[in-house]
Design a protein around this ligand. Structure first.
Ligand code: ADP
Ligand code: MN
Ligand code: MN
Ligand code: MN
Length: 338
């Protein structure tokens, strides 16, 4: 009888930022399909998802990937958290996504810092003082500029082995800061893959004794960039618009709902969305072609293709839940009076 290790992964109930939790389930003669993954339960009173008196929450498997660190007999099983009665738990952002036909495509640009837990500073920062100011780190090469590449390379490799649709990686503007991009057709699939990639990154960090810092402004109010998670999105209307007016109408639909978007775009975003460092202020909404100081950027390729393609919402931060981000964007795009 063969034994497989299924890592059930879910989001806890902490506010304002949910974290990943996981535990291992052994299954016999498992062939690797989602249908074979049984529902499971966990102690919600330990994750701020239930009171101690009725602590059971349910794990509903929704996506499965081969686990590259247990290759051959291991799987990552992404789960939604459900109440004991089978309804979605309030912490379950995935269940709020209204995209049943996978018409929405999302490409998330996940930024993060590799963080030394002993100095409590990014890799590349001396224990006292600061490294050279930003400028030399973005897309850099060389040991004075680029810190932690070994981890980043290994992460890229295991994401590919897991079947995640990573589109690229790059060193970012601050020392020790990096980015990966993941694209998927279907909002839920894109969210599943971002969470799986974050999970693999966190776990890889354990091996190197390096923490992954997802906070959007971990160096506080300094001249160091914060971290975002730009959300690039399209639906069939945007992809085939052939019309500037369609882009304007959809962008205009975002203007009256600034607050609703910021609510799910990650904690402490006021520290990052200041109007500096390629951001728009948190309480302003603007959009523009190639404008990296706007809330939503219209990529120049959209204009080159005669006004068809996608949009980039630059406001979501690195710690945001991609499910909630996608869910809100879909709601607003569908509300546009076309
Ligand atoms: P930049 O750093 O210039 O903002 P990136 O190349 O890092 O851009 O990211 C652009 C993202 O846009 C990629 O993840 C890509 O998959 C995504 N993207 C491209 N076309 C579409 C589309 N039609 N719908 C949704 N996302 C898209
Ligand atoms: Mn990018
Ligand atoms: Mn970036
Ligand atoms: Mn971007």
């Amino acid at each position: 009888m063969s034994k497989s290790k299924l890592e059930y992964i879910w989001l806890d109930g902490y506010k304002p930022t949910q974290s990943l939790r996981s535990k291992t389930k052994i299954e016999s003669d498992f062939e690797g399909t989602l249908e074979e993954c049984p529902m499971w339960s966990f102690d919600g009173s330990s994750t701020q998802q239930a009171p101690g008196g009725s602590s059971d929450c349910l794990l509903k498997p929704v996506a499965i990937f081969p686990d590259p660190t247990r290759l051959g007999d291991g799987y990552l099983v992404i789960c939604e958290v459900m109440n004991a009665d089978g309804t979605p738990h309030p912490s379950n952002g995935r269940a709020t996504i209204e995209d049943d036909d996978n018409d929405f495509w999302f490409g998330f640009e996940q930024e993060y810092f590799l963080w030394n837990p002993e100095t409590n500073l990014p890799l590349g920062f001396p224990a006292n003082g600061y490294p050279s100011p930003q400028g030399q780190y973005y897309c850099s090469v060389g040991a004075k500029n680029s810190f932690g590449r070994e981890i980043v390379e290994e992460h890229l490799e295991i994401c590919i082995q897991a079947g995640l649709n990573v589109e690229g990686i790059n060193a970012e503007v601050a020392a020790g800061q990096w980015e990966f991009q993941i694209f998927a057709k279907g909002a839920k699939a894109a969210g599943d893959q971002i969470w799986a990639a974050r999970y693999l990154l966190d776990r890889l960090g354990e091996k190197y004794g390096v923490a992954i810092e997802y906070h959007c402004k971990p160096l506080g109010n300094t001249d160091w960039n914060g971290s975002g998670m730009h959300a690039n999105f399209s639906n069939s209307i945007l992809r085939t618009a052939n019309s500037k007016a369609t882009f304007d109408t959809i962008c205009d639909a975002f203007a009256p709902v600034i607050k609703e978007h910021i609510e799910v775009y990650g904690a402490d975003n006021h520290l990052r969305l200041t109007g500096n460092h390629e951001t728009q202020s948190i309480d302003q909404f603007s959009y523009g072609v190639s404008d990296r100081g706007a809330s939503i950027r219209i990529p120049v390729v959209v204009v080159q293709k005669g006004w068809s393609g996608y949009l980039e919402d630059r406001r979501p931060n690195s710690a945001a839940d991609p499910y909630k981000v996608a869910s809100r964007i879909i709601k607003t795009v569908k509300s546009a009076k076309l």
